[in-house]
Design a binder for this molecule. Sequence first.
Ligand SMILES: Cc1cc2nc3c(=O)[nH]c(=O)nc-3n(C[C@H](O)[C@H](O)[C@H](O)COP(=O)(O)O)c2cc1C
Length: 204
Amino acid sequence: MSHKRRVIIGVTGASGGIYAIRTIRAFLIHGFEVHLVVSDYGNFVLKDECGIDLRNDEPMEIFRKMFGYDVESGAIVRYNFRDLTARISSGSFEVEGMVIVPCSVKTLSGIANGISSNLIERSADVCLKENRTLVLVLRETPLNLIHIQNMLMLAHAGAKILPASPAFYQKPKTFEDLADFIAGKVLSLFKVEHNLYKKWGEEE
Ligand SMILES: Cc1cc2nc3c(=O)[nH]c(=O)nc-3n(C[C@H](O)[C@H](O)[C@H](O)COP(=O)(O)O)c2cc1C
């Protein structure tokens, strides 16, 4: 039995691979065991935008190379996107919740309609039925009525819709600052104290 806090992170094929990287980094630095699933298009976007291959290379090595040994406070367990026999597809697996970052409108729809046809949709469905935190960092614009109705359905079902919509009052200077605003908002939903961005009203 692990003593680390556990979170599932699903990465799907919406633009914004940097949101995934900064969120995984933040959970690792805060000592979480990250249970990671990357969709086909999630991996495509990560390779295209960020030059990393989380499916084929060793994920902890990727994070250590990028961010140093701080990430080793946490751990990564990686799963196959199609493996519905994985531990995280069962409610008996003890985990605090799940974040899908970035979340495509296709995966939003799969969850809103209870499809569970891959490990990301299934794990999200399990989080909802077990009353665990489910955070969807949705990235699409503009939104059509189908997207909005799917968001409404999931908000009713207890999911947190956290659009990839960083603020600017913390005076971001880099893409990493922008992505850390979103990573920080996710961590706050898991009641993790962090310094990923300067809170409004805080001194320099
Ligand atoms: C380069 C690229 C960027 C994309 N960006 C988005 C996006 O921002 N939002 C979105 O919902 N879908 C986006 N898509 C489409 C999804 O990748 C596609 O719908 C895919 O089927 C999603 O599957 P998944 O949710 O299983 O990863 C993008 C696709 C590509 C190739």
